[in-house]
Design a protein around this ligand. Sequence first.
Ligand code: PGA
Length: 257
Amino acid sequence: MARTPLVAGNWKMNLDHLEAIALVQQLVYHLERSDFEAVEVAVLPPFTDLRSIQTLIEGDRLPIALGAQDTHWEDAGAFTGEISPGMLARLHCRYVLAGHSERRALFGETDEIVNRKLQAILRHGMVPILCVGETLEEREAGRADEVVVGQLEGGLAAVTAEQAGDLVVAYEPVWAIGTGRTALPEDADAMCGLVRRTLAERFGQGIADGARVLYGGSVKPANAKALLTQPEVDGALVGGASISAEDFAVICRFPRL
Ligand code: PGA
């Protein structure tokens, strides 16, 4: 089944709203219409940038999807400092990350919390990008498959096949995030294949064939083609290289590199 690849830029805690506008303007300058036809391009800026980027995208009719890096699971209430999924939907966010490894490792997010967030994202009509991936110790202990399947099952608990319609999963080995180390293309392919088989067991082959499974972890212009043209890999979740318009544009053009 032909799946449109997705290249999503996770800016993390970088770029204020003015820098954000400049980056998106540079990005569209580097990309052509045919690039946007071949690949769906998304940016996931910090919360404080979302309204500015939404206005830019809609005002200039840019073919870029907007997303957020996190959400709370409740719709409203006494949760000082948090942002609700309804607020993100009102800003026309299409995507929201759930379970990024930095949230799991630095902010104590468990599979149960990830699952609550994922359900909240779906409830508001947005598409979750569920992030999964093993640590180096887990890989070296031969536990990578078990960890990834466990995170998928935990994150997707109580989600129905109907809701999983346009699900995105990002396989991001923790040891490759921000380290300059990447998975071998064949390992990335194998792990994305494992994700798809797990989705097939859970939701049926049709849903699994339609779901996009991304690779993430030190994706750069130099390695994008090798990683992202693997048969089971449907694009990338890009961190560091996404805050350079030039580098991110090269990665978005991977089908014609
Ligand atoms: P990186 O980050 O590309 O900087 O390794 C990827 C991610 O955390 O999504």
